[in-house]
Design a protein around this ligand. Sequence first.
Ligand SMILES: CC/C=C\C/C=C\C/C=C\CCCCCCCC(=O)SCCNC(=O)CCNC(=O)[C@H](O)C(C)(C)COP(=O)(O)OP(=O)(O)OC[C@H]1O[C@@H](n2cnc3c(N)ncnc32)[C@H](O)[C@@H]1OP(=O)(O)O
Length: 230
Amino acid sequence: MLRSCAALLRTLGAPRGPPGVVWRSFSSEKVIHKDFAVPNPSWSKDLRLLFDQFMKKCEDGSWERLPSHRQTPLQKFEDFKTHFLDSKHMKEEQMSQAQNFTRSFEDGLGFEYVMFCNDIEKMVVCFFQGGPHLQGVPGFIHGGAIATIIDATVGMCANRAGGAAMTANLNINFKRPIPLCSVVVLKSQLDKVEGRKLFVSCSVRSIDEKTLHSEATSLFIKLDPNKRLT
Ligand SMILES: CC/C=C\C/C=C\C/C=C\CCCCCCCC(=O)SCCNC(=O)CCNC(=O)[C@H](O)C(C)(C)COP(=O)(O)OP(=O)(O)OC[C@H]1O[C@@H](n2cnc3c(N)ncnc32)[C@H](O)[C@@H]1OP(=O)(O)O
C-alpha cells in the first residue's frame, strides 16, 4: 500500500521522500489523504466484527465513524497554525514530513484502530488492535502505547466537545496487561466542563467486557486563541 501511494505521489509530481514517508507539498493540494479507520487485511475477525456492529449504529445518525489520516488535513492544519503556532518554531521541511504518531506504522504492525463518536452522549469509543511493534513486556503491549491510544481517544472526545484542546493531565491505572495483537475496547466520556477545562475519563476493556485492562482520567485545556503555545 505504501509503495503504491508513493508511486501515485510521484505521478502527481509531489516531492519524493524516503520509503515509508509520505511527503506533503504545502504549495499544492496534491496531498493524498488515505482514511486509515477502515478495515485492512491486518484487521482480525474481532476488529472487523466490532467495526460492522458500529457501522450499523451509524445508520440512524446517533453514532459517527471518525476518519483518520496520516497527516492532519491541510485546512485544519492551517487553522491551527494561524491561531496557536509561532512560525519561528516551525521548519517547513520538517513540517512537510510530519505524520500523526498513531498512523506512522505500516498496516498491522502498530496502532490499528477505528473511533466512533456520539456527540449527544459526549462519548468516543475506540476499537484498538495493537500490533507486534508495540511490544513492551514480551507478548504484551507497551504501557506507552496504551497511554498513546488512551490519549488519542480522550483527546478526540475533548476536541469533539470543546474544539481545539490539549492534554494537561493524564492519569492511568494499568490493571491487566493487553496481549499483543488482541482487540480491546476503549470507552471515553466527557464528565465535566469547567470554563476551559474538560474532564474526560476512559476505560479499556476486553471485547467480552470481563477484563478491565486500564482506567484513565484526564484533563484537557481548551486552547486560548489569544495565547501562542510556545
Ligand atoms: C489540539 C488539536 C487540534 C487540532 C488538530 C486537528 C485535528 C485533530 C483533531 C482531534 C484529535 C485530537 C487528539 C489529540 C490527542 C493528543 C493530545 C496530546 O497529546 S497533546 C500533547 C501533550 N500536551 C501538551 O504538550 C500540553 C502542554 N501544556 C500546555 O501547552 C499548556 O499547559 C496548556 C495545556 C495549553 C494550558 O496552557 P494555558 O496557558 O492555555 O492555560 P493555563 O492558564 O496555564 O491554565 C488554564 C487553567 O487550567 C489549569 N491547568 C492547566 N494545566 C493544569 C494541570 N496540568 N492540572 C490541573 N490544572 C491545570 C490552570 O490552573 C488554569 O486554571 P484556572 O486558574 O482555574 O483557570
